[in-house]
Design a protein around this ligand. Structure first.
Ligand SMILES: NC(=O)c1ccc[n+]([C@@H]2O[C@H](COP(=O)([O-])OP(=O)(O)OC[C@H]3O[C@@H](n4cnc5c(N)ncnc54)[C@H](OP(=O)(O)O)[C@@H]3O)[C@@H](O)[C@H]2O)c1
Length: 332
């Protein structure tokens, strides 16, 4: 049976505290190019790998390749649902070739006319997160005000564009001038600010959202959430997507302004994208025409080659990515 080289990004140690490049190593091995008959498995050639904040919680098994979502091409299949040449996205590992023992969770890519890398972001998990979080959890109405933190990232840039298409007034924050320009000029946000340059977040929110916030799409937590709470309107909704500012702290920060949940009758609800998996076909039906008409655009940040994966993943926690962070393993 033919074998090929299989380069892998392996976890050297389970990280404690902030991720470091030394937590990872590149290991070169080999992989058989065919799966065993009757095994039900699929062998994938990984093309694009996704860097996502939640991966931090998966980095627990030293010696194993980093787990994560990605886009791949089926090289060999003994599963009736997949054939050689199929393009798929789903859970894979940071290596050139991955044996997927239970391919049930892989999703076949039907719209191959879209850029394949989009299935790590806009048309994949972050896209469905934005769609479900905004529409299902945020319950938006036309004319409402929406505020999004980490707004230029994989999830946030789509939330803002969906909110604009829905007729909302949309404000975002991000951590650099370049990102703020993107929000206003490329994604069509009504206003945006660089939270790192604002000495007073409450004042920044009042400046950009003088009529208060109806929906807060929460990506960061910590002092941002504390500043948002007093600025929420009566019966506002907070869709809690993530709290990235807390992920690498030894001890999460406390929130002081929770009394505003009561005073302003705010509904604050956490959600996980997988709970809304049933919406995926409807999501594609909604978003793909908007992409084709140029009404939704998407910015990606490519890290070239598997070796660049660790630095790219670490960068998420320091705001180094501009747009969706993708690792390009192979373009075909
Ligand atoms: N609930 C779900 O199912 C689900 C699914 C996907 C993602 N999420 C969550 O959604 C959020 C955004 O994820 P994403 O994939 O779109 O990531 P992303 O925005 O593409 O990248 C992470 C961004 O977070 C910002 N950030 C990092 N550290 C920060 C800090 N200490 N304070 C404030 N901002 C910080 C940085 O942007 P700046 O330069 O703007 O600071 C960074 O670029 C994360 O909290 C993630 O965990 C949840």
């Amino acid at each position: 049976m033919a074998e090929v080289r299989n380069k892998r990004v392996v976890l050297r140690n389970a990280p404690s505290g902030p991720l470091k490049e030394s937590d990872f190593e590149i290991v070169v091995g080999s992989s058989k190019l065919e799966v065993g008959e009757g095994s039900g498995a699929v062998l994938l050639k990984n093309l694009y790998l996704s860097c996502d904040p939640y991966q931090l919680s998966l980095l627990t098994t030293p010696g194993s390749a980093v787990p994560g979502l990605g886009v791949g091409k089926v090289v060999s299949s003994s599963h009736p649902g997949f054939q050689k040449g199929d393009l798929v996205w789903g859970m894979t590992s940071w290596e050139e070739y991955s044996l997927i023992a239970d391919p049930q969770s892989l999703i076949k890519i039907e719209h191959v006319d879209m850029p394949l890398s989009f299935y790590t972001g806009l048309l994949g998990m972050p896209g469905l997160t934005a769609y479900a979080g905004f529409f299902q959890v945020g319950s938006p109405k036309k004319g409402e005000t929406v505020y999004i933190s980490a707004a230029s990232g994989a999830v946030g840039q789509l939330v803002g564009q969906l909110a604009k298409l829905h007729g909302c007034y949309v404000v975002g924050s991000a951590g650099s001038r370049e990102k703020v320009d993107l929000l206003k000029e490329k994604f069509g946000f009504d206003d945006a600010f660089n939270y790192k340059e604002e000495p007073d977040l409450d004042a920044a929110l009042k400046r950009c959202l003088p009529n208060g916030i109806d929906i807060y799409f929460e990506n960061v937590g910590g002092r941002m959430l504390d500043a948002v709470l007093p600025n929420m309107n009566l019966r506002g909704r907070i869709a809690v997507c993530g709290l990235i500012s807390q992920y690498i702290l030894d001890r999460p920060e406390g929130i002081c302004n929770l009394m505003y949940l009561v005073r302003s009758r705010i509904r604050m609800e956490g959600f996980v994208w997988a709970d809304y998996y049933d919406l995926y076909p409807k999501f594609l039906e909604t978003v793909i025409p908007h992409i084709k008409e140029g009404k939704i655009v998407y910015v990606e940040d490519y890290a070239e080659g598997l070796e660049s994966g660790p630095v790219a993943l670490i960068g998420l926690f320091h705001g180094r990515n501009v747009g969706k962070q993708v690792v390009v393993v192979s373009r075909e």
